[in-house]
Design a binder for this molecule. Structure first.
Ligand SMILES: Cc1ncc(COP(=O)(O)O)c(C=O)c1O
Length: 458
């Protein structure tokens, strides 16, 4: 029986619960929350009561719901994550990496991978994807370079990469997984931004289908679920025991998972895989494509279109930095983007992106480009982007965790060991990680950003 049906059945039983959660399925809701959220959400919130299941050791309705999801996704096992892709990524790392193990990681990774490095004590071998200076973004990984790194480090246990990138760039996972297999390296893909791919071929081909071993997806990013609903899949070909993943998840996730989130995960998957859901995704694709076609005709405007997932709109306007464009969109049109860099702005769309919302964006861009709207560049004079340099790892993140640090002036920071996680914008690619050597390029960049000090190892 599904989680949804079980909860509906349970409600009819009218059992008297002396259990957590203490709101008693909405008998008490803090008054301001009641006003803002209402009480319905609380009525679905239970703990592991009789007849329910346990997310940390599922044997009943959660197990059958997860098994059903695994079939839909073509996975050996699928895990529901109520702590986001963040928890899936860390658990995947914990399942396969031990202290001192080498792990290759594409540098445009999410910060959860840094957390995974601290917890596992693994040694990162950083892979720099190609960098597109024109757009200020990482793109795909050069496969010859990847193979060379694997060849030189025969003891790499796993390779972790992001596909698609935050900005939608897609990699050839078929070829990457073949290279990983050749060197007996496990492929973990952070597909947080590709949760619609399994249900619409025009958007992208799921990494699981292309041969990845473990894939993590955020259902809340594009697929319309609540924050932070996510999934972890193990491929049918991967020999990792699902129990190992479960144990790792249990190490880092709450023992009180949210039933409203579990329900939402189940219902979202059911909807996405239904004819109605697929029509809804197709409609989004059609509407975004129409917008892109129209705005591409505007003078001075460019839309990033190179093998990317079109639900992510990366846009730039001549003579405006991404930061300026972002400010104009927000101040003049109340349009808030996901992020901006020196070159462009990123606008994310998903199942909740209505036609009228896209029309508002189109109208704003029309107005902005046709009326040549500008703002003062003065404010953004220091907003330079960082052109990535090869990281030099002096200590693995776990080795410097909790060690003493001090602030030093930038001019004295050259060759010192950084003790901060420096990221341009959360969750952008890291510029410096704790344990890495500070290079002159880092100092120049931090200086441009107006910083005067940096934390270094004492
Ligand atoms: C590429 C990438 N991976 C993983 C995550 C973490 O996802 P979640 O918010 O579901 O924990 C994010 C979040 O922004 C992300 O951008």
């Amino acid at each position: 029986m599904s989680i949804t049906n079980n909860i509906e059945k349970f409600r009819k039983e009218k059992r008297i619960l002396f259990t957590t959660p203490s709101h008693g399925q909405g008998n008490f809701v803090a008054p301001k929350s009641l006003k803002m959220i209402g009480h319905k959400f609380f009525t679905c919130d239970y703990s592991e009561i009789e007849g329910f299941d346990n997310l940390s050791n599922p044997v009943g309705m959660i197990k059958s719901s997860q098994d059903n999801a695994a079939q839909i996704y073509g996975a050996k096992a699928t895990f529901y994550l109520t702590n986001g892709s963040t928890s899936g990524i860390i658990a995947a790392m914990y399942s396969v990496l031990k202290r001192g193990d080498k792990v290759a990681i594409a540098r445009n990774c999410h910060k959860s991978i840094y957390n995974g490095l601290v917890l596992t004590g693994a040694l990162p071998i950083w892979i720099l994807p190609q960098y597109n200076e024109e757009w200020g973004i990482f793109e795909t990984i050069n496969l010859d370079y990847l193979e060379e790194v694997f060849y030189k480090n025969s003891d790499i246990k796993a390779f972790i990469m992001t596909n698609p990138t935050y900005e939608g760039c897609m990699s050839d996972i078929y070829r990457i997984s073949a290279i990983c297999r050749k060197y007996n390296i496990l492929l973990i893909v952070d597909e947080a931004h590709g949760a619609l791919w399994n249900f619409n071929k025009a958007l992208g081909t799921p990494s699981l289908v292309q041969g990845a071993d473990i894939v993590v997806q955020s259902l809340h990013k594009t697929a319309g679920a609540l924050n932070p609903c996510a999934l972890l899949h193990i491929s049918r070909e991967c020999n990792i025991n699902p129990k190992t993943i479960q144990q790792a998840l249990n190490l880092i996730t709450t023992t009180s998972p949210s039933y409203p989130l579990l329900l939402n995960i189940e219902n979202t998957i059911e909807y996405l895989s239904s004819a109605k859901g697929q029509f809804c995704i197709q409609d989004l694709v059609k509407n975004v494509n129409r917008l892109v076609r129209n705005i591409k005709l505007l003078p001075n405007l460019e839309v990033y279109s190179y093998n990317n997932d079109i639900t992510k709109l990366l846009i730039k306007v001549t003579n405006l930095s991404g930061f300026e464009l972002s400010e104009i969109l927000f101040e003049k049109y109340k349009i808030e983007d996901e992020l901006a860099n020196e070159k462009a702005v990123l606008l994310l769309t998903g199942l909740g992106t209505t036609k009228s919302k896209l029309k508002k964006l189109e109208n704003a861009l029309n107005d902005l480009c046709l009326n040549n709207i500008k703002i003062s560049q003065e404010k953004y004079r220091n907003d330079k982007h960082f052109v990535p340099v090869e990281p030099r790892v002096r200590y693995v993140p776990a080795a410097v965790w909790g060690k003493f640090s001090k602030d030093v002036e930038l001019k004295y920071a050259l060759s010192r060991v950084c003790m901060e996680l420096i990221v341009d914008y959360p969750p952008g690619a890291p510029i410096l990680l704790p344990g890495e050597v500070i290079k002159k390029e880092h100092i120049a960049y931090l200086n441009d950003k107006g910083r005067t000090t940096v934390k270094v190892l004492l």
